[in-house]
Design a protein around this ligand. Sequence first.
Ligand SMILES: *[C@@H]1O[C@H](CO)[C@@H](O)[C@H](O)[C@H]1NC(C)=O
Ligand SMILES: *[C@@H]1O[C@H](CO)[C@@H](O)[C@H](O)[C@H]1NC(C)=O
Ligand SMILES: [Zn+2]
Length: 578
Amino acid sequence: MATDRKRVSAVNSTSSSLELPMDNYSQSSQADLKPRKPRVYRSKVFIIAVSFSSVLLLIMISAFAVHYTVGFPSSSLPNGGEKDALTMALPPEQRVWVEEGISELRNAVERKDNKRRAKNVILFVGDGMGPNTVTAARIMGFKEEGLMSWEKFPDMGLLKTYCANKQVPDSFSTATALFSGVKVNYETGGVDSSVPLGDCAASLNPDRHVQSILKMAQDDGKLTGFVTNTRVTHATPAALYAHTPDRRWECEQKMPAAATVEGCRDIARQLIEEPTGQKINVIMGGGRQMLVSNVTDSEADPIDTWSCKSNDGRDLIQQWANIKAANNEAAVVVQNSGELDAINAQDTDYVLGIFANGHLKYEHERDTSPSGMPSLKQMTLKALQVLRSKNQGFLLVVEGGMIDQAHHRGTARKALNEVLAFNDAINATLQALGNDLQDTLVIVTADHSHTLTINGHASKGSNIFGVAGNSKTEGTPYTTLTYGTTYQGFQPDANGLRKDPTLEDTNDWEYMQQGAINTDENYHGGSDVTIHAVGAMSYLFHGVHEQSYVAHAITYALRIGRFRDSSIAESLADLLPL
Ligand SMILES: *[C@@H]1O[C@H](CO)[C@@H](O)[C@H](O)[C@H]1NC(C)=O
Ligand SMILES: *[C@@H]1O[C@H](CO)[C@@H](O)[C@H](O)[C@H]1NC(C)=O
Ligand SMILES: [Zn+2]
């Protein structure tokens, strides 16, 4: 009932804001309505003037219509032989850029907005993938001239990532903005900014819960899923299904006893025991140590000693399988790459894939055999198969989560390599979608930035992990990539001067770039992040947006949640007009 009332008042406020200028207009025109002398209407001059104006008006309207439909025709851009003729006279140093410019211009002129309502949405989130990270990864993978698969998308914008109480946010608050459309406090998720960090009692108030696009998609009968190479209970995925005042509460062991007594549930339990979590069709990632007590530690699958580790005797993986069996649902649990590949998507409605105790291994150190952990691309393609096979429409969220992990350790090569693995997952997804892009919206963005810097002025084509030059004041070499904050910090030598980075192998996976400020790890950066979109309704991403806009644009594109009542969506379309 409450929702209905809100809808009605939204419609009223829309129409009243429309009426306002019309009232003003009719008032002023009434003031003009003085009785005139009827003779004027019969005068020849008047008739001629009216006829002339009508003809003029007709010409103007036709000209406008022609101009509008024809626009600036792309045929006025040179193509093929014409282009050759035009650019032939140019020296090669100029021709290459003129040709490049014309081909980019052609893409820009031929852009057509796909305004079809989206049936499916795939949202890719590169955790900590700020603009400098993308540029550096692009140079690493495709040289200066190359592009990531998402950098060819027709629409893009910027997102402002600050959260409710910090200039530079964490992943839980930003994921909540992205997925639920509301900016919230640092390190909290699924609860609005009235809930302070760690306040269990405040977080239990259902009025303070914000609803994610995943839940709204479920309410509309769509299939839902998420894939991450971090723990399934980690900040980014948790914002899809949990309402928690502290991201550290992934399992019971990191929760204060008082919070447990007050009735707060850890994130792993929310995933397996709450309705939203239970309805998720595809769950893939790591985090076994949150779901199962007393997991075994090994070199191949180490226990994460930084995070929570369950010790209350739970086996939430078994519990998940039992619930699915009791409901007679086609569900499968998979725990390595081979088992994942063996899933028959057509016959499967639910997948719980838990591939590691903690996060999955970095792409470069992953065991690629069937008993090892799957790649982000492997998980994404299988998730897509399962979600597409039912033809109900779906929402899939894919997190490239290890970019951020590597940046926190200050190891840029690992971070950039994870961006390339993220790119592989996206490239393969686009190829798998083919013509389905007509009614699928694909979005690629990041949750927040990092402090990676690209220093001047290495030669074009240089190794991005190499030395850019020698300091003009100290004479000491410096690398192209450095961080603002990092564990290794300033790295002074015996004389208190900055250490020569070439004393180490700057190409090593473990090499930590130097940084301006010494601290316990590299912190997040506060720059905007880019958002790129292709497919149905991709034109909604255009300009500088609040990060929270993304959830609203997705629900509008899918006509779910607030926009489920199509009359509101349509009246908004008339108003804008879209
Ligand atoms: C995408 O995949 C295709 C086919 O494997 C490959 O040729 C292309 O270089 C890839 N593009 C990017 C940007 O990764
Ligand atoms: C294993 O789990 C039980 C609860 O079932 C707990 O009491 C015990 O301390 C755990 N053992 C270890 C070694 O963590
Ligand atoms: Zn982070």
